[in-house]
Design a protein around this ligand. Sequence first.
Ligand SMILES: [Zn+2]
Length: 189
Amino acid sequence: MLMTVQDYKKTDIAFDESKFCSKLSNIFRRLKTTASDGKLEEMQPYLTESFYDKLSSQIAKRAENGIVLYTERITVLGVKILTVESSEDTDSITADVRYRTVEYLADKKTHEFVSGDKTEDFLTAVVVLKRQAGIKTAVQSGMTVQNCPYCGATVNINKSAKCDYCDRILNTDSFYWLIDAVAATHTDR
Ligand SMILES: [Zn+2]
């Protein structure tokens, strides 16, 4: 069921649109940077399993061919929630992330461009985030007991950053939304 942010706040009272957008801005910038420098594992707690696997295999495939995707000087210019949707087992948010960056594929050894170049591009990414239904935004930060965003189990974050039930590694900053898809398109400015 599609709903407005206002309606969604009735089911998740602590949901804060501006906090969500600034968190997404931060995660998105880190995701682009870590995917580029081969440290994607750091972002695993912020990604759905299927999206993490997809990005990992893309990176592996490029590495096989000796190619690296370089993302440099990324700046997020704005984040806007487009739609909020709630179903029986998943809540999802689709948001626009506007950013500028220098992005190109290059040969790892010779540093020759395979595609793209060092000009700055203005892009808009449509980002889909998911959260298990029933999980609500924590009212206060600093909470030690959270719910695992993957399986919903109660997790003591101070005890371990890993879910005892499903063994997934969790982030410790109470952001339960997981990025499930990113589709970027060029914009004129
Ligand atoms: Zn779990």
